[in-house]
Design a protein around this ligand. Structure first.
Ligand SMILES: C[S@@+](CC[C@H](N)C(=O)[O-])C[C@H]1O[C@@H](n2cnc3c(N)ncnc32)[C@H](O)[C@@H]1O
Length: 473
């Protein structure tokens, strides 16, 4: 069957339906992707024109087909041990702390909200199994929910192909999986599976599966990137309501609560940033002496109000950080000079020094990432650039560099998101402004380039999914 395009009215009708049903926002840039999914479902359901398919979806027996369409349009990309800085924070700080705090009740409640095919909740269960023996007598529940029944089916089966392990240490793979030589794939071991319970749940329309204040930790990573701001705000209010004081919220690296919610504290843990429901500062300091609250990040926001271009030109005035010793004279200028001369190793070393002295300066992270990327050290650049965009979500140049790093690492979906974030945040700058460190391109040129790169990266993801789909048929 030839693929049918969507007319403006049809696209608007599908976009509205998906927004109402699941909070999913489809703008024009995703029109082709949506048309592809609609055509797939038309083929499967035997509809030969788009109008008939819309009637089926909205008719009295539309529930099953709406679910099938959701299974088609949701993007299940995930890995075990995804986001290494967050995994380190969980392993070293968060889980040991939660277990210490719950030593009396021996009860822990964790929610993996938008768990996709299960890699995320199983990873948490593995990290807990490292800390607790199987017969420890703890009452631990990891409730893992998703709107996609297809993803949940795969999660329950707990059988994974090699591509799920791109971020898994071989030792962890050996410890927590066994190779099924008969049926193929790696299967999660029972002591991990027994901690996780999967449920179908719609984060936008269903009541949370927890009582108020019951949760110790919620992971809602890479889910709200598909929602609009109002939907995300409402969801964050609900997650806040489920968490106990001191409970943690983990979002994806491209997600932030900036302009979404002021109810959480932002706390740096090692090289990750995570959110936490308010709690007595004294207790917090006793456990984790190095983390800062969102209040302490306010100078960065003031920076943002001044505008990124000005901030970059006025290189030294925000270096004053009364809590830390002053770095050498005009250090940021020295980094920029080294970058301009192509001395990237020197630039990386200088930027690293500034970061050590003032870890909340997004500009230093940005330049550090730029230098590392130019040295071909993409793995390190990724970590650093994620911090830059976390500290300054409006920094289009940092989003742009992050997109490039992700793409080179084969993370095409995440790359597309970063390019889109770059395009939208670059739009807040004067259009004729120039980024000398990015080849002297103007903001207008860079923004157009980001749109193209996002489309290309999304095309690669679609291509991969089609190939996988063909293999399964
Ligand atoms: C990219 S995956 C993220 C998986 C995992 N959290 C991670 O970061 O690796 C996004 C998931 O969100 C789910 N999702 C999207 N809208 C949802 C909704 N309204 N309710 C529940 N889950 C939703 C999708 O089905 C998909 O499995």
């Amino acid at each position: 069957m030839n693929r049918l395009p969507l007319s403006d009215a049809e696209f608007a009708a599908f976009a509205q339906l998906l927004r109402d049903t699941a909070g999913l926002a489809f703008d024009l840039s995703r029109r082709e992707a949506l048309a592809f999914c609609v055509n797939e479902r038309m083929r499967a359901s035997g509809c030969t024109d788009v109008g008939a398919y819309l009637a089926l979806l909205t008719g009295p027996a539309g529930d099953a087909e709406r679910q099938a369409l959701l299974d088609e349009v949701t993007i299940p990309e995930t890995h075990f041990f995804r986001n290494p800085p967050q995994i380190r924070a969980l392993r070293k700080h968060v889980l040991p702390e939660l277990l210490r705090q719950a030593a009396g009740t021996k009860r822990l409640r964790i929610w993996s909200a938008g768990c996709s095919t299960g890699e995320e909740p199983y990873t948490i269960a593995m990290l807990l199994r490292e800390l607790l023996p199987v017969s420890s007598g703890w009452d631990i529940r990891i409730i893992a929910t998703d709107i996609s029944t297809r993803a949940l089916g795969a999660a329950e089966a707990a059988r994974y192909a090699e591509r799920a392990f791109v971020m898994t240490e071989p030792l962890d793979q050996q410890r927590f999986f066994y190779l099924d030589t008969d049926r193929g794939g790696y299967v999660v071991r029972d002591e991990v599976r027994e901690l996780v319970e999967f449920r179908h749940h719609n984060l936008v329309t269903d009541a949370p599966p927890f009582e108020a204040g019951e949760l110790d930790l919620v992971l809602c990573r890479n889910v709200t990137i598909y929602f609009d701001r109002t939907t995300t705000k409402r969801l964050m209010q609900r997650l806040h309501g489920c968490l106990r004081d001191g409970g943690y919220l983990f979002l994806g690296h491209a997600e932030t609560l900036w302009q979404i919610s002021d109810d959480f504290s932002l706390v740096p843990l090692g090289d990750a940033f995570v959110y936490r429901r308010g709690e007595p500062a004294s207790e917090r300091r006793a456990v984790l002496p190095d983390r800062r609250t969102e209040d302490e990040l306010r100078p960065t926001r003031a920076d943002r109000r001044r505008g990124p271009i000005n901030r970059r030109d006025v290189v030294d005035d925000v270096m004053a950080d009364s809590a830390t010793p002053s770095p050498p004279v005009r250090p940021m200028l020295a980094v920029r000079t080294a970058v301009a001369q192509g001395k990237y190793a020197e630039a990386a070393d200088l930027a690293a020094e500034i970061v050590t002295a003032t870890p909340l300066r997004s500009e230093a992270h940005y330049l550090h990432g730029l230098a590392l990327g130019n040295l071909g050290r993409d793995g390190e650049a990724l970590v650093v650039l994620r911090k830059a965009v976390y500290l300054d979500p409006e920094d289009g140049f940092a989003h742009f560099l992050l997109g490039g790093c992700l793409e080179r690492q084969g993370e095409h979906l995440a790359a597309a998101r970063s390019y889109r974030a770059a395009a939208s945040t670059l739009g807040h700058r004067p259009f004729d402004a120039v980024a000398p460190e990015l080849g002297g391109r103007s903001v207008a040129e860079l923004s157009a380039l980001c749109h193209e790169l996002a489309l290309r990266a999304e095309g690669t993801v679609r291509g991969d999914e089609n190939v996988r789909g063909e293999r399964h048929r």
